[in-house]
Design a protein around this ligand. Structure first.
Ligand code: NAD
Length: 372
């Protein structure tokens, strides 16, 4: 066996272990077919790590993740840990992994699978196949923040009282590395890149625009355009099929990627990738959370996790044939009528019109059986 990869698996909480188990099963099966070896080691993060180690992200988990080729994550969090102070909550594990692994590029594809024709809440969405490239480690979520008592007054004489502030700040280097990712993905997709910003108001956004224009000289094959974030959110609903790659800042990307995900219909179908510099480990996970309402009921849709494996194979490990095999197996399984309950109402069916409601495990096994 030639190619081998060190994969850290972090199942997490709630449905995390169920969907991550599905992803690992598919990864093992596809690697057998395509002649590479995933060496998979499991670590804890999130609520289950709090229970055992007292912290959401144990040092050994971060160390293993940062030293791996790639991380496959399930989901973290749940009501059991909701009362813990914010700094120690399960979700802090995600921020810790992103920061500790220097994952500055978050990729969220939004696709309507043709087999789920009615999935979109939009009446006539057309063909949606877009990719949001979100900056993940800078901007307002990581800027200077604080609170102070102000002696100033509003125009009517009311004392301002306590003031709180967050700061949006970006360096040239941070913007350039994420823009480059945007251009590169546009180049291998449909050659269109939209920079989303608020350049009519924000000085940081004007820097994004300037740097994008300069960089576009190196990517003359990519059509570049700009949208203000308010307009972009309208356009994503009005004409989602006109987008190819969107590149944007941390907060705008956070909001727009949820919007784009929702117009495709099901949170259980949407994967994501978080990447650092080329050659460094990446992290691959479904966009959904730990779904405590259905945990342990065998109802979780494993496809978002399984498509996260596909992103890992395609974008990170260079195993394109195996990636194609996974995406085709998912399409074929849907075309054969298999549906977890969350996507049961989204139309499509096999040739005879049959839809079969299946469990997490059955959906996974059917996808494995359809790997070619
Ligand atoms: P959620 O994504 O867990 O669930 C929202 C709804 O979608 C629920 O009704 C759930 O049953 C459904 N759902 C989600 N994934 C599904 C799947 N694979 N198959 C079928 N249905 C699915 O969001 P939430 O309820 O707001 O959060 C629950 C917990 O997850 C919270 O503790 C939250 O902080 C955490 N969370 C974690 C992550 C992560 O680990 N990346 C992301 C978001 C939320």
């Amino acid at each position: 066996m030639g190619r081998s990869y060190n994969i850290v698996s972090i199942p997490g909480d709630g449905i995390g272990p169920e969907v991550n188990g599905a992803a690992v099963k598919v990864l093992k099966a596809v690697s057998d077919k395509y002649g590479f070896e995933p060496k998979i080691t499991e670590y804890k993060a999130g609520g289950c790590a709090i229970d055992v180690f007292g912290v959401p992200l144990p040092g050994e988990t971060l160390e293993a993740a940062a030293g791996s080729d790639a991380v496959l994550l399930g989901a973290v969090g749940g009501p059991k840990w909701d009362m813990i102070e914010p700094e120690k909550r399960p979700e802090k594990a995600l921020l810790g992994l992103r920061q500790g692994m220097h994952l500055y590029a978050n990729l969220r594809p939004a696709i309507i699978h043709k087999e789920l024709s009615n999935a979109s809440p939009l009446k006539d969405p057309g063909k949606i196949d877009l990719l949001i490239v979100r900056e993940l480690t800078g901007g307002i979520y990581f800027g200077k923040q604080g609170s102070y008592e102000s002696a100033e007054k509003l125009f009517d004489g009311t004392s301002k009282g306590k003031v709180s502030f967050d700061t949006e700040s970006y360096s040239e280097a941070e913007i350039k590395r994420i823009l480059r990712r945007g251009f590169e993905f546009a180049r291998i997709r449909n050659k269109k890149l939209t920079v989303v910003d608020k350049a009519n108001v924000l000085i940081t956004s004007r820097m994004w625009r300037q740097l994008a224009k300069e960089m576009s000289e190196e990517y003359k094959d990519v059509a570049l355009d700009f949208l203000y974030v308010d307009n972009a959110s309208m356009q994503l609903v009005a004409r989602p099929s006109s987008f190819d790659v969107i590149v944007t800042s941390n907060m705008f990307g956070d909001i727009l990627s949820d919007l784009a995900g929702q117009i495709t219909g099901s949170v259980g179908m949407l994967p994501s990738a978080s990447l650092g510099n080329p050659g460094m480990p990446g992290m691959f996970e479904p966009i959904h959370g730990s779904a405590p309402d259905i945990a342990g009921q065998h109802k979780a849709n494993p496809i978002a996790s399984i498509l996260s494996v596909e992103m890992m194979l395609r974008l990170h490990l260079g195993e394109k044939d195996a990636a194609d095999s996974v995406s085709e197996a998912v399409s074929k399984t849907l075309a054969q009528g298999a549906r977890t309950p969350d996507i049961a109402l989204y139309g499509g069916s096999d040739a005879s019109g049959n839809i079969t409601i299946v469990s997490t495990e059955e959906m996974t096994d059917r996808i494995v059986a359809n790997l070619e």
